[in-house]
Design a protein. Structure first.
Ligand code: ADP
Ligand code: ADP
Ligand code: MG
Length: 665
C-alpha cells in the first residue's frame, strides 16, 4: 500500500479523501492556491504545497505545477477528486511518465468516455441502451433541421465535448432547432474549444438515474446500485438520493449489468458512474460515463456501507475488490443536499463572503439513523469568488425514504449558516414538497414547481400552531429573564402574565400558558400543546419539542417578538399581551423602503460592463449590466419598464452587496 498520496483538489472533496487516507494509515499532501492558504484541506493534510495564484487556471489545473508538487512531496499516488484534472488524460499521462499512480481509471478509458459521441458509439457496441438519435456530427443549420425532423421532435442538441450541463438545448420545432444548434455550438466553442454537435431524442418525463461501478485490475467489476439525481437546476444536481424511488429490481439489475458491460468494454478500473435518462415507462438510455468519483457518491456509501475512496486507493495499489456482486445489498435510504452559496431569493446568484456562523448538525451513525456532512469550510472562513460555490454536502440515512427525508428536514432546521446567501431555505422547501415526497419527480421539477424562482415558504396550519406555541413559551422565558434583570427579583413570575396573542403570517392566535418546571402547556383555540426546551434568550437555535416531537427553529430577536426561520420559511412572529395586541392592530403597518427605483448590486463583485446609458428607455427583461463573481458572469436585467436616470457605477468598479449601480426615474 502507498505510504503517501497527494490530493490534487481543494474544498470538501479534498477533505473527504484525506479522511479515508488517514483511516488507512496513509500520509496526505494537500496543494493550495493563494486564496486557499488557510483552507480546511490544508489544515487537515500532513503536508501542503503552495502551487500558485488563486484562479484555478493558474494553480489547480496547471499540470506542471501539480506535477512539481508531487515531485517535491514524494507522493506515490494522486487522487484527483472531481472537476479540475480528474478527467484529464494528459494528467494521467504525466503521472504515468513520472512513475506515480493515478487513483482513477486508465488513460484509455478517460479518453473513450470523455467524448459524448465516441462514448455513445462504444455503449451501443457493448449493447447498452442509448438515446435514439443520429450518431454522426451535424454540419450546419440546415443539417440540424433535417436531422431533427428525422429523429422527431422534441430533440436534444448536444455538444460532444459537453459537461456541467453546458452546450445543450432542447428543440420542439425547426425554429428552435436552428437557434439551438447555433447557441450550443457557440457555447461549446467558448467553454470547451470544441464545437462538434450531435442530435438525439429528448426523452420526455425524464428522470436522471445513474449507476455506480467499481472495477479492479484483475478483471472484477461490480455495480453498487443507483442514485437518482432528478432534482436539478439548469442541469446541475441539487438533491440526490439512493436508491431511486422509481426503479424496480428488474430495471435496476438491467441497468447495473449494462453499466458493468460498458466498464469492461473500455477496460475500466477504479470508481466510475454511468448516467442514464429514464422515461416514464422505465425505459432507460445511456447519457454518459463520468470517469471519476462523483459529487454525490456519499449516498451510495451510506446504503452499501462501502468506502468508495478506500476502494479506489486499493485498486490503484493493485489490490483485488474484496466483494462480488452478490455481496452488494441495498440497506435503507440516503439523501444528499448540496448546500450552495447561492441566494435563492435573488435568482440563485452566487454569494461570497465570510461565514460568520457555521455550525452543521452533529454527524452520527447508528443502526437506525445517520447524519453525514462533507465540508471544506469552517466558521470564520471565507467563501471566495474563485471556485465552485458549494459549501457542504449534507447527507442523512434512515431505514426508509420517508424517515430519511424527515431526518434531512431536521438536519437542515438545525444547520446554522450565516454571513452569506445560501440555498438552505430552498432545499428545506423541496423536502416538504408533496411531489418530491411522493417520489414522483422528473428533471423538470424545479422549473415546473418554481417557475418564478423561489419566493420563500408559507407554513401550513399545523406548522403555524406549533411555531406559535413554541414562540409563546419562548417569549415567556425571555420576559421572566427581563423582569429579573430589571431588578424585580421578588415573585418575578407574577409579573409575567399567562395570556398572550401570537401573530404570524397574518393570523393572530390567543394562547394561555401554564408553565411548570420542565416546560409549558400552551392552550390554543383547537387544543393544548405541550412545549419543552432548554432554550435561553439569545440562543440563535432553539431545540424544542412540541407534544413530544422535535421542533428546531432558528431564532432572531425583533421588536416585540422573534424572527423565525424554519422549513424554508422566514417569518416574523409577534408575541404580545392582549392589550398590546389591540394597540398593535391600530398601528399602520410600516412598509419597507421602496428600492424599486434602484438597481442594487446583488452580491460583492466586479462590474464587467454596463449595457445602458443615462436617459435610456429600458424594457422588462433587458440586460442592464454584467457583474462577475465566483467565476461567473451574472447579467442583471430590468425588472420592469423604465427610464435610466443616473448610472452610479462603471466597468471595472468593485462593488459591495446592495451598492447602487443605477437609478431609474
Ligand atoms: P455531473 O453533474 O456531470 O454528474 P458532478 O455532479 O459529479 O458532475 O460534479 C462535478 C463538478 O463539481 C465539476 O464539474 C466542478 O464544477 C465541481 N467541482 C470540482 N471540484 C470541486 C471541489 N473541490 N469542490 C466542489 N465542487 C467541485
Ligand atoms: P453533462 O456532461 O453536462 O452532465 P449529460 O449528458 O449528463 O451532460 O446531461 C445533463 C442533464 O441533461 C441530464 O442529467 C438530463 O437531465 C439532461 N439530458 C441530457 N440529455 C437528455 C435527453 N436526451 N433527454 C432528456 N434529458 C436529457
Ligand atoms: Mg452528466
Amino acid at each position: 500500500m502507498f505510504k503517501k498520496i497527494l490530493i490534487a483538489n481543494r474544498g470538501e472533496i479534498a477533505c473527504r479523501v484525506i479522511k479515508t487516507a488517514r483511516k488507512m494509515g496513509i500520509k496526505t499532501v494537500a496543494i493550495y492556491s493563494d486564496a486557499d492558504r488557510n483552507a480546511l484541506h490544508v489544515k487537515m493534510a500532513d503536508e501542503a504545497v503552495h502551487i500558485g495564484p488563486s484562479p484555478a487556471n493558474q494553480s489547480y489545473i496547471v499540470i506542471d505545477k501539480v506535477m512539481e508538487a508531487v515531485r517535491v512531496s514524494g507522493a506515490e499516488a494522486v487522487h484527483p477528486g472531481y472537476g479540475f484534472l480528474s478527467e484529464n488524460a494528459k494528467f494521467a499521462d504525466a503521472l504515468a511518465e513520472a512513475g506515480v499512480a493515478f487513483i482513477g481509471p486508465p488513460k484509455g478509458a478517460i479518453e473513450a468516455m470523455g467524448d459524448k459521441i465516441t462514448s455513445k458509439k462504444l455503449a451501443q457496441e457493448a449493447d447498452v441502451s442509448t438515446v435514439p438519435g443520429y450518431m454522426g456530427l451535424i454540419e450546419d443549420v440546415e443539417d440540424a433541421v433535417k436531422t431533427s425532423n428525422q429523429v422527431g421532435y422534441p430533440v436534444m442538441i448536444k455538444a460532444s465535448a459537453g459537461g456541467g450541463g453546458k452546450g445543450m438545448r432542447i428543440a420542439w420545432n425547426d425554429a428552435e432547432a436552428r437557434e439551438g444548434f447555433q447557441s450550443s455550438k457557440n457555447e461549446a466553442a467558448n467553454s470547451f474549444g470544441d464545437d462538434r454537435i450531435f442530435i438525439e431524442k429528448f426523452i420526455t418525463q425524464p428522470r436522471h438515474i445513474e449507476i455506480q461501478v467499481l472495477a479492479d485490475g484483475h478483471g472484477n467489476a461490480v455495480y453498487l446500485h443507483e442514485r437518482e439525481c432528478s432534482i436539478q437546476r439548469r442541469n446541475q444536481k441539487v438533491i440526490e438520493e439512493a436508491p431511486s424511488p422509481f426503479l424496480d429490481a428488474e430495471t435496476r439489475k438491467a441497468m447495473g449489468e449494462q453499466s458493468v458491460a460498458l466498464a469492461q468494454a473500455v477496460d475500466y478500473t477504479s470508481a466510475g458512474t454511468v448516467e442514464f435518462i429514464v422515461d416514464g415507462d422505465r425505459n432507460f438510455y445511456f447519457l454518459e460515463m463520468n470517469t471519476r468519483l462523483q459529487v454525490e457518491h456519499p449516498v451510495t456509501e451510506l446504503i452499501t456501507g462501502i468506502d468508495l475512496v478506500e476502494q479506489m486507493i486499493r485498486v490503484a495499489a493493485g489490490e483485488k475488490l474484496p466483494f462480488g456482486q452478490d455481496d452488494l445489498k441495498i440497506n435503507g435510504w440516503a439523501m444528499e443536499s448540496r448546500l450552495y452559496a447561492e441566494d435563492p431569493y435573488r435568482g440563485f446568484l452566487p454569494s461570497i463572503g465570510r461565514l460568520t456562523r457555521y455550525r452543521p448538525p452533529v454527524e452520527e451513525a447508528t443502526p437506525t439513523r445517520a447524519v453525514r456532512n462533507d465540508t471544506g469550510v469552517f466558521e470564520g472562513g471565507e467563501i471566495s469568488m474563485y471556485y465552485d460555490p458549494m459549501i457542504a454536502k449534507l447527507c442523512t440515512w434512515a431505514p426508509d425514504r420517508a424517515t430519511a427525508i424527515e431526518e434531512m428536514r431536521l438536519a437542515l432546521d438545525g444547520f446554522e449558516l450565516e454571513g452569506i446567501g445560501h440555498n438552505l431555505p430552498f432545499l428545506a422547501a423541496v423536502y416538504d414538497h408533496p411531489k418530491f415526497t411522493s417520489g414522483n419527480m422528473t428533471t423538470a421539477f424545479i422549473e415546473e414547481e418554481y417557475p418564478e424562482g423561489f419566493e420563500g415558504v408559507t407554513l401550513g396550519e399545523e406548522d403555524c400552531m406549533r411555531v406559535a406555541a413554541a414562540a409563546a413559551a419562548m417569549h415567556r422565558v425571555a420576559e421572566i429573564r427581563r423582569t429579573r434583570i430589571s431588578g424585580r427579583m421578588d415573585n418575578h413570575e407574577r409579573h409575567v402574565g399567562e395570556d398572550w396573542v401570537v401573530k404570524l403570517q397574518g393570523h393572530a392566535h390567543d394562547v394561555k400558558i401554564n408553565a411548570d418546571k420542565s416546560g409549558a402547556d400552551v392552550e390554543m383555540s383547537d387544543r393544548t400543546r405541550r412545549v419543552e426546551s432548554d432554550w435561553t434568550p439569545g440562543d440563535p437555535l432553539a431545540r424544542l419539542t412540541v407534544d413530544g416531537s422535535p421542533l428546531v427553529l432558528k431564532i432572531g430577536k425583533i421588536s416585540g417578538g422573534f424572527r423565525v426561520r424554519y422549513r424554508g420559511a422566514d417569518i416574523k412572529v409577534h408575541v404580545r399581551t392582549p392589550r398590546q395586541a389591540e394597540l398593535a392592530d391600530l398601528m399602520p403597518e410600516k412598509l419597507p423602503p421602496d428600492t424599486s427605483k434602484y438597481l442594487l448590486c446583488p452580491m460583492p463583485g466586479l462590474i464587467v460592463k454596463v449595457d445602458v446609458a443615462e436617459g435610456d428607455q429600458v424594457q422588462e427583461g433587458q440586460a442592464l449590466c454584467t457583474v462577475e463573481a465566483m467565476k461567473m458572469e451574472n447579467i442583471l436585467r430590468a425588472e420592469k419598464k423604465g427610464v435610466v436616470k443616473a448610472i452610479k457605477a462603471g466597468a471595472g468598479d468593485s462593488l459591495a452587496v446592495d451598492e447602487v449601480i443605477m437609478e431609474f426615474e
